[in-house]
Design a protein around this ligand. Structure first.
Ligand SMILES: C[S@@+](CC[C@H](N)C(=O)[O-])C[C@H]1O[C@@H](n2cnc3c(N)ncnc32)[C@H](O)[C@@H]1O
Length: 264
């Protein structure tokens, strides 16, 4: 029994320690460390029904199902940037690799139009997704996404939101041209995507949630640093996002989270 446990712990350690693998399957800072951080903050419990919004290849979705024994519906409306394969198909591959076939379903859908019945989920989890939606479609659309999350959560249900956020300071002068120029999302439109923790918590409050906790993640800068070293796009283009993040050095860019409850 002890040996089996040790072997399992060893396998688990290896799986979590291979940052090149993790960052090739996820998209954004933090990888599984972020997901574990969010799961602990949300106090996931076995058997709960969780909606994961913006799953990319579903690696973190499967991790949640495996480690916390929750049933997950993962949604993502898009196809992979590089291979054109729907993200939900990648999820299917990961579902088998993580042996969570019975516990995870992928659906090609996005917020705010999820079509789930009201009061369906015990938990909603979303990381590094809604800020992109805000950057592309504006804050009113972001509010619509929050309203949809509120609708599909059951009363008492918990929403865990993690996003790249900026510190509550002006953009440093040398970074301002980089973060504010351009109209789209991505490095040149990051100022349109990112908000402070307070702004984000206020938006959740405005959607009807009771904000239980909101802060910058203590490991935020470590996650961004890992991202520059292990994300395949950063590895392929060290003069792109990786360079900007290094130049920032944690002066403006961070990573924040909000844990919020739909009142009973
Ligand atoms: C940067 S990835 C984040 C993946 C993962 N959650 C993480 O933390 O690394 C953002 C994902 O959100 C998806 N996405 C974009 N718009 C969305 C929407 N309206 N609803 C749900 N997912 C969306 C994208 O296709 C992409 O897979």
């Amino acid at each position: 029994m002890k040996n089996t446990l040790k072997q399992f712990e060893y396998a688990k350690f290896c799986k979590y320690a291979d940052l090149d693998l993790i960052y090739s399957e996820c998209s954004g800072p933090g990888g599984l460390q972020l997901t574990e951080f969010m799961a602990e903050k949300m106090q996931l419990r076995p058997g709960a029904r969780l909606l994961d919004i913006g799953i990319e290849r579903g690696y973190q979705t499967c991790f949640l199902a495996k480690e916390y024994d929750v049933s997950v519906i993962g949604i993502d409306p898009d196809d992979g940037r590089l291979d054109g394969i729907p993200h939900v198909e990648h999820l299917q591959r990961n579902v088998h690799a993580w042996e969570v076939v019975e516990r995870v379903i992928g659906v090609k859908l996005g917020v705010p139009d999820t079509r789930f019945a009201s009061n369906t989920f015990d938990f909603v989890h979303s990381t590094t997704t809604l800020e992109m939606v805000r950057g592309l479609f504006g804050v009113d659309y972001y509010r619509q996404c929050l309203a949809e999350i509120y609708r599909v959560l059951r009363p008492g249900g918990i929403f865990g939101l993690g996003e790249p956020m900026h510190l509550d300071v002006p953009i440093p002068a040398d970074l301002s041209p980089i973060y504010t120029k351009g109209g789209g999302v991505g490095p040149e439109g990051w100022s349109k995507c990112f908000a402070t923790v307070t702004e984000t918590a206020n938006l959740c409050h405005g959607a009807g949630f009771r904000v239980l906790e909101a802060d910058y993640a203590p490991d935020a800068w470590n996650w961004w640093h890992q991202f520059t070293l292990h994300d395949p796009h950063c590895q392929a283009d060290s003069e792109g996002e990786a360079r900007i993040i290094q130049q920032d050095g944690g002066r403006w860019l961070s990573y924040g989270y909000v844990i919020a409850q739909k009142p009973y």
